[in-house]
Design a protein around this ligand. Structure first.
Ligand code: PLP
Length: 493
């Protein structure tokens, strides 16, 4: 059996309790709009449906069931309380086109979230309309373009991006019409300042940086980098997708960044990874405020709260979506921040950093090679398995796949690309010492297997519902369609 719900279908079977009421007004529809044959839906009982989807969900790796230390992703546990708050009936039944006077409660939550994130980041203004980190980047890049144009400085055509950056950074810069100039990393994991000095100039529109970087270390010379880029007339963009390394203890605004985005679906309590909705906060320094996308929430001079739209903001880069962002994600972030409070947000970075450093030192003690052994880890750390690859012919990908057999999701593999055979490991602040110890134990056992029985590791995973997938083909030629038996190619259906 293929495992599709269609295979359980039997003519005439149905879930009586869930059947929709039959509409009586279909007679009004023109004949051309009516189906000639009923849709090919599975005919199944309620019990069939419950069992099918419960079984499907059990085939997944998820944070609710497994440790999921995917680096640069913050796959942490998100408290159910934030979810419950966002699902209050008053929020669920609100309509985005309702006038502001009927949205005061929601508007106040959005406004307060903007204020909380302003305080947390040290930026002058924060808006919440981007639907993802990458859309926040795109909006930030558009603001950089608008800023230079507004000063009559159109010759700034380049965005500097460190070679360790997340792939969305160069992609956003290019989509925004800029050329990307790569800045190399020094052997200690910091940006190579000499190379940066050579790269900045009159063509520099800005630099996109992550601090801590995706190499799992804090950039120590951020003040010098800021002076260099600002001195040359460029702007600083902060990729704050994962803020849990510095929450409550360091602020990008104080590091003199001009623009930033935060992934609320990483740091602020919306589960992600399955392609569900996300949201980014976009923060700016005072000189970039006129270019912010609309709408955003503000205090209404007449009392209460209002939306600031395109009217009266001629320099805005415009809208990013039909309405004001992903309401549910924003509400989860707001509830999470209020539940934790100032002290709780600071504890997030305490435990994110403690867990990453504990894991790094335990892996090192177990004989694994850290990419930057001299450096303190941020909220994540990098192990390179180049020695294991050389000695046993077992790669980082083989380790990653074998971890699945031990009931652990793999860390991020082969990113950042600078480090050969690397695993980028982010334990997150929500995991216990016992879980971290179990991960180190599994890594050690896999290495022992690699020495004695490398095929055991190379052939992994052995216990999962599917084995190794052709992930390139899955991404390039996804085939997600079910066709009734006897119907041919996708083109016909
Ligand atoms: C996740 C991530 C992004 C992209 O965020 P999306 O919401 O997936 O678009 C950008 N930069 C870094 C460092 C990230 O970890």
């Amino acid at each position: 059996m293929s495992g599709l719900i269609f295979d359980r279908s039997r003519p005439g079977r149905h879930a009586g309790g869930l059947a929709p009421e039959v509409l009586e007004s279909v007679d009004d529809l023109p004949a051309t709009c009516l189906r000639k044959v009923p849709p090919a839906l599975p005919e199944v009982s309620e019990l069939d449906v419950v069992r099918h989807y419960t079984r499907l969900s059990q085939k997944n790796f998820s944070i609710d069931t497994h440790f999921y230390p995917l680096g640069s992703c913050t796959m942490k546990y998100n408290p159910r309380a934030a979810n419950r708050f966002a699902m209050l009936e008053g929020f669920l039944s609100a309509h985005p086109l309702a006038p502001a006077r009927f949205q005061q409660g929601f508007l106040e939550c959005v406004f307060e979230l903007q204020e909380i994130l302003r305080a947390v980041t040290g930026m002058s203004a924060v808006v919440l309309s981007p639907m993802a980190g990458a859309q926040g980047e795109f909006a930030g890049i558009a603001m950089i373009r608008r800023y230079h144009a507004s000063r009559g400085d159109p010759g700034r055509t380049e965005i500097l991006v460190p070679d360790a950056a997340h792939g969305t950074n160069p992609a956003s810069a290019i989509m925004g019409g800029f050329r990307v100039r790569e800045v190399p990393t020094g052997p200690d994991g910091d940006v190579d300042l000499d190379a940066l000095q050579k790269a900045v100039g009159p063509a520099t529109a800005g630099i996109m940086l992550t601090n801590p970087s995706t190499l799992g270390v804090f950039e120590r010379r951020i003040v010098e980098i800021a002076s260099l880029v600002h001195g040359a007339g460029g702007l600083l963009y902060y990729d704050g997708a994962n803020l849990n390394a510095i929450l409550g203890r360091a602020r990008p605004g104080d590091m003199r960044f001009d623009i930033l985005h935060l992934n609320l679906h990483k740091t602020f309590s919306t589960p992600h990874g399955g392609g569900g909705p996300g949201a980014a906060a976009l923060g700016v320094s005072a000189r970039l405020e006129p270019f912010l996308p609309t709408p955003f929430a503000a205090r209404d001079p007449a009392g209460g709260f209002c939306w600031i739209g395109a009217e009266g903001r001629p320099e805005s880069i415009g809208r990013l979506s039909a309405f004001m962002g992903n309401a549910g994600v924003l509400l989860r972030a707001y509830a999470y921040a209020r539940l934790l409070g100032r002290g709780g947000l600071r504890r997030v970075s305490t435990f994110a950093a403690l867990n990453a450093n504990y894991l790094a030192r335990r892996l090192e003690a177990a004989g694994f090679e850290l990419a930057f052994p001299e450096r303190r880890a941020s909220h994540e750390c990098i192990v390179t398995l180049r020695r294991e690859a050389r000695e046993y012919g077992v790669t980082a990908m083989d380790f990653a796949k074998r971890l699945l057999d031990y009931g652990l999701h793999a860390p991020t593999t082969y990113f950042p690309m600078l480090i050969p055979e690397c695993l980028l490991i982010e334990p997150t602040e929500t995991e216990s010492k016992e879980t971290l110890d179990a991960f180190v134990e599994a890594m050690s056992r896999i290495r022992a297997e690699a020495a004695t029985d490398p095929e055991r590791v190379r052939g992994a995973p052995w216990t999962t519902p599917v084995r190794r997938l052709d992930d390139v083909r899955a991404a390039r030629e996804p085939d997600l369609r079910w066709r009734p038996p006897g119907v041919g190619s996708a083109a016909e259906t």
